[in-house]
Design a protein around this ligand. Structure first.
Ligand code: VGL
Ligand code: ZN
Length: 198
């Protein structure tokens, strides 16, 4: 069995002081660095939106961040402008030891669709290419850490199982946004799908 660590969106905008700060987001950096040291294969994801992305509340007159809109692919939560391509907010946390990463997979770069999962965009159909990459390399088990537990980590773990991988989430190396009970709801969904919560 070959395994990989997938570090989700450990970027400035998701850490305290950032545009979409996750409480305690920066607290996981040293734990994640330890994990990077232990794993042979490391993949990072980077939320990477063009300016004016359709997931930004600023693009929906009358709407505020954390409200939802109906998109052709389903309901979409609206966010403050964050992780704009090339910005400081989109950069990895300065303490993250990212040099060992074999792949950085960027997501959310299509204007009209968001992508929480590292595997599929929010239509749950358009692949990012990550499953093919891992399979071609013989990787069958993936462990997740990063931000946010209840959005990009959870959707990635669910899609990993759906794509045929064994998926583990290292909960202490994740932090949640927790919007309207989303942490409990997504934790239940992960358990029901067979994601292992470590
Ligand atoms: C994320 C909301 C919007 C995440 C990304 O990384 O969990 N959440 N974009
Ligand atoms: Zn985003």
């Amino acid at each position: 069995m070959t395994e990989a660590l997938i570090v989700i969106d450990l970027q400035n905008d998701f850490c305290p002081g950032g545009a979409l700060a996750v409480a305690g987001g920066d607290e996981i950096v040293s734990l994640v660095n330890d994990m990077i040291g232990r794993f042979e294969h490391v993949v990072l994801t980077q939320d990477w939106h063009p300016k004016g992305h359709s997931s930004f509340a600023s693009q929906h007159p009358g709407k505020n961040p954390f409200e939802t809109v109906s998109m052709p692919y389903g309901e979409q939560t609206l966010w403050p402008d964050h992780c704009v391509q090339g910005s400081e907010g989109a950069a990895f946390h300065p303490g993250l030891e990212w040099t060992k990463a074999e792949l950085v997979i960027r997501k959310g770069f299509r204007m009209r669709i968001d992508s929480y999962s590292a595997f599929f965009e929010n239509d749950h159909k358009t692949p990012t290419g990550l499953a093919g990459y891992l399979k071609e390399r013989g990787i069958s088990q993936v462990t997740f850490a990063g931000l946010a537990t209840d959005f990009c980590v959870a959707y990635s773990a669910l899609d990993a199982v759906r794509s045929g991988f064994t998926a583990i989430v290292e909960m202490k190396a994740c932090r949640a946004i927790d919007l309207g009970g989303s942490l409990a709801a997504m934790t239940d969904r992960m358990k029901a799908a067979g994601v292992k919560l470590a």
